[in-house]
Ligand binder design. Structure first.
Ligand SMILES: Cc1ncc(COP(=O)(O)O)c(C=O)c1O
Length: 374
């Protein structure tokens, strides 16, 4: 299979480990190993101490699958399949889609959410957000217009990367109804679940709402544990999980044994980890509000209602790509220009991340860059 380069990941590969300030990360402040282990209950600590480093069960550690199932209303351990999040996108698209299927996806998007389908020979339609007084919003009527007889899959990602958009309960149920009436699968990327900001209601997971709904989530974003490379699919469609297991024999076979135990520790400390991240996000969003108020002639800013990233627009003649490269060269600060999301996105936007502890330092450098150059 030939597949186009993943623009966002190539951008990060070039800069992530060499720049001084990352101002566009989507994951929350990574946890230290000692900090995580210190949170462990007796059972997981014993598992950790007695761990042997052999192959593991392909579907995932049973205790971990059980813990994951408890995150949902209607899922059992057998409805959960564990692998790395990005790997699961690749596996699911490959098992579910055939050449010439039609797929609809929220857009701008984490590229693999549509690129794997394109490489399989599918056609892809993009469901784009509108921008209004409340910021970015995906209109379900527009999704309806994109569906056709050949549509096999709707791919959604809420809270949305990069806009932070989150529909309400009625809207997500309307998406499910559209799919159910037509027998279409929904792949719901819920990597940023639990990062709903104060005053915003968490919507139900698609796997709990729909028999053909497959939810993706993982430890990377809300749980601050991207380095574990642990994620999961949750669905009551066990046939799909069986096919995913057959495909995984050609990717990683099974998960990293230490990562599975550490993920279990993380999930058992969910409230503590997530509430710490929400606290950090709240403080950072206050700083961003202040910053964008000062620079309101340069940026289009509406605070998102969920997630750890936002996608402010630039009101400059200079495009987002030029703006970001100047900032990087002069101040060593990394922002993500909208071009990495592909040419169909016509706006000039930058992705900014607000789940990290040192966000303020990056923002201060950005402020100086603007004052010196614009
Ligand atoms: C929406 C979305 N889905 C999936 C992933 C993949 O997660 P991971 O990097 O943990 O494999 C990401 C990572 O940035 C993402 O933003």
């Amino acid at each position: 299979m030939k597949i186009a380069p993943f623009e966002l990941e190539r951008y990060f590969a070039k800069y992530e480990f060499s720049v001084e300030h990352l101002l566009c990360c989507s994951d929350c402040e990574p946890l230290g190993m000692q900090e995580l282990v210190s949170m462990a209950d007796e059972e997981t600590r014993t598992m950790w101490e007695n761990l042997t480093l052999g192959y593991t069960e392909s579907d995932g550690l049973p205790a971990l699958r059980q813990q994951i199932a408890a995150l949902y209303s209607n899922m059992a351990r057998e409805d959960v399949f564990v692998a790395a999040p990005e790997e699961l996108i690749f596996i699911l698209m490959n098992t579910l889609l055939e050449k010439e299927d039609h797929v609809v996806t929220t857009y701008p998007a984490y590229q693999s959410l549509y690129q794997v389908a394109l490489s399989t020979g599918c056609t892809v339609s993009k469901w784009m957000p509108e921008y209004g007084n409340d910021g970015f919003r995906f209109d379900v009527e527009q999704l309806k217009d994109l569906l056709c007889d050949k549509t096999r899959l709707i791919v959604i990602n809420f809270p949305h990367n990069p806009t932070g958009a989150l529909p309400d309960g009625d809207e997500i149920r309307a998406v499910v109804e559209l799919a159910r009436e037509r027998g279409i699968y929904i792949f719901s990327d819920e990597m940023y679940r639990y990062l709903e900001h104060p005053g915003t209601e968490r919507i139900a997971s698609v796997c709990d709402l729909y028999e053909k709904g497959i939810s993706l989530s993982g430890m990377s974003k809300s749980f601050s544990l991207a380095g574990l490379r642990i994620g999961w699919l949750a669905t009551s469609d066990r046939e799909i999980l069986g096919e995913a297991a057959c495909f995984k024999d050609y990717t990683t076979i099974c998960n990293s044994a230490p990562s599975e135990i550490l993920a279990l520790m993380g999930l058992r400390s969910k409230e503590r980890i997530v509430s710490g991240n929400l606290e950090l996000i709240r403080g950072n969003l206050d700083l961003l509000d202040e910053f964008f108020q000062i620079h309101e002639t340069l940026f289009e800013w509406k605070k998102p209602n969920a997630g750890s990233v936002a996608f402010p627009g630039l009101k400059l003649k200079k495009g987002a790509a030029d703006f970001c490269s100047g900032l990087l060269a002069e101040k060593g600060v990394l922002l993500l220009p909208s071009r990495v999301y592909g040419s169909e996105w016509q706006g000039e936007n930058v992705r900014i991340g607000f789940g990290r502890r040192n966000m303020q330092e990056g923002l201060e450098r950005l402020d100086v860059y603007i004052r010196e150059n614009l």
